[in-house]
Every structure is written in C-alpha cells, then in structure tokens.
Write a protein that binds this ligand. Structure first.
Ligand code: TXA
Ligand code: MG
Length: 328
C-alpha cells in the first residue's frame, strides 16, 4: 500500500511539521519536502530518494521573513533577482545562518533558497510555517516528476503524502544562481532564462561543467561543485543525441524526441513532438512527460534532437545532454 494522494493542505502541513515526508507541487516539478530545520526529517529525504549526501537541497520559503532568518546576507544583485523573479523558478545560493542544518547544504556554508509560485506550495509553506527542503520528487538520477502520479509511481511506498496540484506549468527545474563566491554564477540552467537574468544584473559566470556534462566527475568534484553530476535526469532506455540533418535510419525499435515534427519520421517506432510551433516554453512543460512516455514503451533506444540554445532551450539541452551521458 502506498501513501495517500490528495489536496489536504492542513494535513500535509501537519505531517511536515512532525518530521514526515510530503511531496508537493511547484510550478517547476514536484518536490519531495521535509522540515528544513529538522535534520532527522531531512535525512529521510536522502534515504527515500537514494540521493548521495554530497548533493545539497534547495530550501523553499513562503516569504521574505523566513529568507532573512536562514541567510546571512542578500547582496544587491541577488536582491534584484528575488524582487523580479520570486515567487518563481529561480534558486539563489547565499551564505547560510546557523538555523540551517549542515545536512541540508552537504556541509557547504551556503544554502540554495527559492520562493515557489505554485499556489498550493505557497499555502503549504504558509500553513506549515517552516522552511521546506525539497529536491525533485524522483529516485536519484531519474526523470523529474511533473504530475502527482509520477511521484507516486517512484516514491509512493517511501513517503507519507502526495499533495496533488495537477501538472506543473514550467516543467523544468529552477535556475540555480550562486552568490557564494560573491560574483553571480549559473550552477544550473532552468525555468528562468539566463538572458533575463543577465538583462537585470549583467554578465553571469556559467559554470564550465554545465556546458560539458560529458565530462564525468568524481564525487570530490561533485562536492565542491554540487548539482553538476552528469548522470541526472535519465530515462532507463539508452538515449542518444542525433542531429536533425544526419538522416540516419534507426536500427531496431527506436523512439524519437524532437521539438517540432521532423521532415522524415521513417523507421521510428514512436515519436514525441514537444511543441508543434517550436515554442520552448511549451516544450519545457511537456519535456519530462514526453521522455517518460518514450521510456515506458520498451524501446531499444531513444533518439533526441537538441533544441535551440536560447531561453528555456538551455535548460532542455542541459537535461538532454545529461540524460545522454548517463545512459551512453
Ligand atoms: O525547481 C526546482 O528547483 C525543484 C523544485 C522541487 O523546487 N527542486 C530541485 O531540487 O530541482 P534538486 O535537489 O533536484 O536540485 C537542486 C540543485 C542541485 O543541482 C543542487 O546541487 C543545487 O541545486 N544546490 C542545492 N543547494 C546548493 C548549495 N548550497 N550550493 C550549490 N548548489 C546547490
Ligand atoms: Mg533533481
């Protein structure tokens, strides 16, 4: 018997306050939440996901008041980003206060914080009145869930409740920008496009490994530059990146994941088109669901085409490259 799925915010908040695990909807993907100030509750997240201890968690807050209590200082550029993009799909890494257990940050002196936009996430955070640590609610390394059903499939037996807020609107995780070293640094492309961030605060350092996920990291590198594990977001089926103009005939039972309907689909057993009009926002919202559908068809291989490297396309290509590098 798995856990209950429902829309009871009060019940979910009570569970969180008492150290239990609650999956919650956010505008990006579903999160696996626990009371962020309770180390025992946070430890249960790592156990349930099978997540390595060196990969730190994002802390979700409902308001500025909680932000002020968990971070030491918000530099002016970070403040501008928060004013513009919160609540929304942006996480800011800032020096933490004593209140945040070391387990949340894997021993790092800074914590990733975000204020989610989803109304149910907001009600839950307000009702619980504690900050909530929440990674994506999937088993470690696997596809991120964008519906309550996806969460239940992977974690239903290991957690206490799934708060059902319908399908996620953004569909890819938050953009992570670190101010830990002073100057802003992009740790993960996500729901807020880099272009919009740079338009507001000027140039942002893009961490090299984000663009080079094929480069495998030791767990030591992963500890100092967390979240850069290439083997993330992977379907179980082998995924290979192909270019639209390569015209290769698929061998065996092969599926295709592409942005728009391709000129030729000959030989493919299954095709998922992310957006008929090539709209990257629509593509992001449909991304994990499409990959999951392909993954469930018993294919020999999934071919995927990269999308334009702009706006949300940067986040999609990042996930695709990681999926390809982890199943190669
Ligand atoms: O949209 C999202 O961000 C979702 C929803 C649930 O909010 N959460 C999410 O969490 O994607 P997760 O754990 O799957 O990814 C968190 C990312 C990882 O890349 C992690 O390494 C990085 O944020 N991160 C967390 N805390 C950090 C810290 N203190 N310093 C540097 N990176 C950090
Ligand atoms: Mg994740």
């Amino acid at each position: 018997m798995g856990c209950a799925i429902g829309t009871d915010v009060k019940f979910a908040a009570e569970l969180l306050r008492s150290g239990k695990l609650v999956a919650l909807p956010t505008e990006t993907v579903y999160g696996l939440g626990a009371h962020a100030l309770d180390p025992t509750a946070v430890a249960r997240i790592f156990e349930a996901k099978g997540r390595p201890w060196f990969d730190p968690l994002i802390v979700h807050v409902a308001d500025e008041a909680w932000l002020e209590r968990i971070v030491q200082d918000v530099p002016p550029a970070a403040r501008r980003l928060a004013e513009r993009f919160w609540p929304g799909p942006l996480s800011l890494v800032l020096p933490k206060t004593e209140l945040i257990p070391d387990l949340v940050t894997s021993g790092l002196p800074s914590v990733a914080v975000r204020m989610p936009l989803h109304p149910l996430a907001q009600s839950l955070l307000r009702e619980a009145d504690v900050p909530v640590a929440a990674p994506s609610a999937n088993l470690f390394g696997r596809l991120s869930p964008t519906t309550a059903g996806h969460v239940y499939e992977q974690l239903g037996e290991r957690i206490d409740y799934v708060l059902d807020g319908g399908p996620c609107g953004v569909g890819v995780e938050s953009t992570v920008v670190s101010f830990a070293e002073g100057t802003p640094c992009l740790l993960r492309p996500g729901g807020v496009p880099l272009e919009e961030i740079e338009a507001l605060i000027g140039p942002v350092v893009v961490q090299a490994s984000t663009d080079d996920p094929g480069h495998r990291q030791s767990s030591e590198t992963a500890r100092t530059a967390p979240g850069m594990l290439p083997q993330h977001y992977a379907p179980r089926t082998r995924l290979r990146l192909v270019s639209a103009d390569m015209k290769q005939v698929p061998q065996g039972k092969v599926g295709l994941l592409c942005l728009v309907t391709p000129a030729s689909t000959a030989g493919y057993a299954a095709i998922e088109v992310l957006s008929e009009t090539g709209d990257l926002r629509e593509a992001a919202a449909r991304f994990f669901g499409a990959l999951r559908r392909l993954d469930q068809q018993g294919l020999d291989e999934i071919h995927a085409e990269l999308v334009p490297e702009t706006d949300l396309g940067r986040a999609l290509n990042d996930r695709l490259r990681r999926a390809a590098s982890s199943t190669e």
